[in-house]
Design a protein around this ligand. Structure first.
Ligand code: G3P
Ligand code: CA
Length: 293
């Protein structure tokens, strides 16, 4: 964790004790081991999403897995940001008033680096930046964490699959240790995931969505996970996914999002989900009685 993040993260965590729930009624997933807990956009309930402070907050909470969203600037740099536009999570409107709709793809990295990506969430996060993917990977690596990396709106950024792979390789994330245990790449865009899988079949992949049971075998050709919204997850659906094997000949998995309360986490675990993606990963972890990552 970088020193400049410690104060903000510590401040954020001081307010958390009221949110932490006692471990109770924990239920293992029906297949015998409880779900992996993934911090959504870092720990988005407690720190500005997709910033290094959010990653560090998840780390301080003892959360090993973090999720992020990768997009591209006008000059071809990969950055970590959820919305297509910079408007909601930075001060782009103020700094660049004439640049509506402030799409990240219309700004150079140099311009993006001038933006404050923390103050909108809380004054103690003033000065947080939109991280490049390289900076983000370094932070996750330094913290010893693991990454569920989303290619966000890849249709806007032709070639981003190959570029993301290049970046992962350059930053040491494609060695066998990372590929086996510390990296999953997901997207709502099935074509992008299929392409990513073809480019590097070793990397574990996930499709974001809930395809019909009849369509699941098609996805199992190039996805290791079906990562469905929690409202779409039923025991029958999980069982249908589990009946299939993914490209690495392992049972297809279900990670689900976004579950932020203890009751919901226990329910989803009881349905047999393999992972739960949460803005409050500590709440989910505590409800399931321990870190499952
Ligand atoms: O990882 C699941 C989740 O991130 C998908 O939705 O919109 O938060 O990227 P979104
Ligand atoms: Ca995401």
């Amino acid at each position: 964790m970088r020193i400049r993040h410690v104060a903000a993260v510590t401040g954020a965590l001081m307010g958390l004790s009221a949110l932490a729930l006692p471990a109770s009624g924990a239920q293992a997933a029906v297949h015998g081991h409880p779900p992996v807990v993934v911090g959504h956009r870092g720990a988005a309930a407690y720190a500005p999403e997709n910033t290094l402070a959010s990653v560090d907050t998840a780390d301080r909470l003892g959360i090993s897995w973090v999720e992020n969203d990768v997009q591209r600037t006008k000059d071809g740099q990969l950055v970590v940001l959820h919305d297509t536009s910079l408007a909601r999570t930075t001060n782009a409107k103020k700094i660049y008033p004439g640049r509506s709709p402030w799409n990240v793809g219309d700004f150079t990295l140099r311009e993006v680096e001038k933006l404050d990506a923390g103050s909108w969430f809380g004054s103690r996060f003033k000065g947080e930046r939109v991280p490049t993917l390289e900076e983000y990977l370094e932070e996750v690596e330094d913290n010893g964490q693991k990454l569920l990396m989303e290619l966000k709106n890849p249709e806007l950024y032709p070639g981003i699959e190959r570029q993301a792979l290049r970046e992962l390789r350059r930053d040491g994330w494609l060695d066998s240790g990372h590929v086996r245990r510390r990296l999953i790449v997901q997207s709502f865009n099935a074509d992008a995931i299929r392409k990513f899988h073809r480019l590097d079949p070793a990397v574990k992949t996930g499709f974001l969505g809930s395809p019909t049971v009849a369509d699941l075998p098609k996805y199992a050709a190039y996805c290791d996970q079906i990562n469905a919204p929690h409202i779409a997850v039923t025991r029958k659906y999980v069982e249908a996914v589990h009946r299939l094997r993914g490209p690495h000949r392992r049972r297809l998995e279900v990670y689900t999002w976004t579950v932020d309360d203890a009751k919901g986490a226990v329910r989803i675990a009881g349905l047999g989900a393999d992972g739960i993606i949460s803005n409050k990963p500590d709440v989910v972890r505590d409800a399931l009685d321990g870190d499952r990552s």
